[in-house]
Design a protein around this ligand. Structure first.
Ligand code: SF4
Length: 462
């Protein structure tokens, strides 16, 4: 089939779902990233390709179906998440009826349990278990002889449907330059951005670390070469982006490559932000980051209890946490600390320790997240199967049964943590002293409002 026409669909939902990078969650503040799965996929797609991001664009199911039918795709890559599975499958049924396209599902549950996807929906033709793959067009157009499909692909029928094991790979990876022109940059929102529009770049795949509550460390770690990343920066700049948010889960592990990328950001005078770990950023690296336009760094601190951090694979000592935050503060780099509430073994006493620890830190923002058994993570799947058992029918968050803190209690404590962190005269005065313009003040107000009143309410979309 040479006349392919490809739709990339992020379905609408009852909630503001974030389906991205093998994770599903409900947005708790006003942010939406372009799904990185589609960004990487776009690099190797050819022919007419259109993105239908119903979450970012606020498209209703009816509007999405009308627009997709009008586009008349031959193939639809559709994000499907464990959190919104029933809704996603209902939409897929309608998309199949309206377009008769080949439907390829992607996302967290697709990666770990393609069998469940096929058993629950007769309308899905294939599952793509990894977005870090190339030669997608060759497979769409010509298929492969039975038994020669890469393990990322699983088909509903035929000999090629055998679901091979996904290898954890390491080393370099070349994906090409994503087709950023098919994404509407202005549809996406970033709470900490200083400039807009924002482009998002993933310079590596996976993570070299292995925290047991996280699925990203189970992917292996593959790194894009700096020339390809620089080409992507140039493309985004040409499309109007004035800020970059790096989606790497641990930015800057490979120092030499990071320096080349940062030199280019500096030349382009782009501002940027990233996620990274405190044990890989030295004073020298932070200074170079600041010089090249970095204004905000997000660090996973997770707990105020070192023993718990250590137990779950992030054994960063308190003195490194404090030293790194002080360095950032001294360089005028804003910091966001993310914490997890309710991991197995964590009771109210440990959560209170986390809250008190967060309050002592020179953080600009703190985000308290409810612990969930992420699909693919070691905590969800000590046997490595991805779900608790091979055919676990519980594809939602039955976290209590897995030893996590009961969800209602974790939500209450996370709300308490948020209030105790933000509603402090010293914190408020400190934030106000840093505000230099009306737009920053408005942004701060929005962030504060979302964190205090919207973070754990998970209101349905009207
Ligand atoms: S939590 Fe961060 S550092 Fe740990 S494995 Fe996941 S991505 Fe890597």
């Amino acid at each position: 089939m040479n006349n392919t026409k490809i739709a990339l669909v992020n379905p609408p939902g009852t909630y503001e779902y974030i389906r991205d990078y093998y994770t599903s969650l409900i947005a708790k503040a006003n942010y939406h990233y372009p799904p990185i799965d589609f960004v990487w996929l776009s690099a190797s797609l050819e022919g007419p390709v259109k993105v239908f991001d119903a979450i970012a664009e606020g498209l209703s199911p009816e509007k999405l179906l009308d627009e997709a039918a009008e586009f008349a795709p031959t193939h639809i890559f559709c994000l499907v998440s464990g959190l919104s599975l029933e809704e996603d499958l209902a939409l897929i049924k309608k998309m199949k009826e309206r377009t008769n396209a080949v439907i390829i599902a992607m996302g967290d549950i697709c990666r770990v349990a393609p069998g469940i996807i096929f058993s629950k929906s007769p309308h899905i033709d294939a599952v793509l278990r990894s977005f870090a793959c190339t030669d997608i067009m060759g497979i769409l157009r010509n298929g492969r002889p039975a038994g020669q499909y890469p393990p990322e692909w699983v088909f509903r029928s035929g000999a090629e449907s055998a679901c091979g094991e996904l290898k954890k790979e390491s080393g370099n990876i070349r994906i090409g330059v994503p087709k950023w022109e098919i994404f509407r940059l202005k549809a996406y929102k970033f709470p900490f951005a200083l400039n807009a529009p924002v482009g998002t770049i993933l310079t590596d795949y996976g993570c070299p670390f292995k925290c047991s509550y996280c699925s990203i460390g189970t992917l292996g770690w593959r790194v894009r070469e700096s020339d390809e990343v620089i080409d992507e920066i140039d493309l985004l700049y040409g499309l109007g982006a004035r800020e970059i948010h790096f989606r790497d889960q641990t930015f800057g592990v490979d120092k030499e490559r990071t320096m080349l990328i940062m030199d280019h950001l500096k030349k382009k005078r782009l501002t940027w932000s990233c996620f990274t770990r405190m044990d890989i950023v030295s004073e020298k690296l932070l200074a170079a980051m600041k010089e090249s336009g970095c204004h905000t760094v997000i660090f996973g601190i997770e707990s105020g209890d070192y023993e718990l951090r250590h137990k779950y694979g992030k054994g960063i000592k308190d003195d490194i946490v404090i030293r790194t935050l002080k360095l950032c503060s001294g360089m005028n780099i804003s910091t966001v600390g993310t914490f997890i509430i309710g991991l197995p073994g964590e009771g109210e006493k440990e959560v209170m320790k986390t809250i008190e620890f967060a309050r002592t830190l020179p953080l600009d923002y703190a985000s308290f997240n409810i612990a969930v058994p992420r699909m693919g993570s070691a905590l969800r799947s000590p046997d490595g199967e991805g779900l608790r058992t091979k055919e676990d029918p519980d594809i939602g968050y039955n976290s209590d049964a897995m030893g996590f803190m009961p969800r209602e209690k974790a939500i209450k404590l996370a709300s308490l943590a948020t209030r105790r962190f933000y509603v402090r005269p010293s914190y408020i005065m400190n934030r106000l002293s840093k505000i230099r313009s009306l737009s920053v003040l408005i942004n701060e107000f929005k962030i504060g409002h979302n964190l205090l009143f919207g973070a754990y309410s998970y209101k349905k979309k009207s």
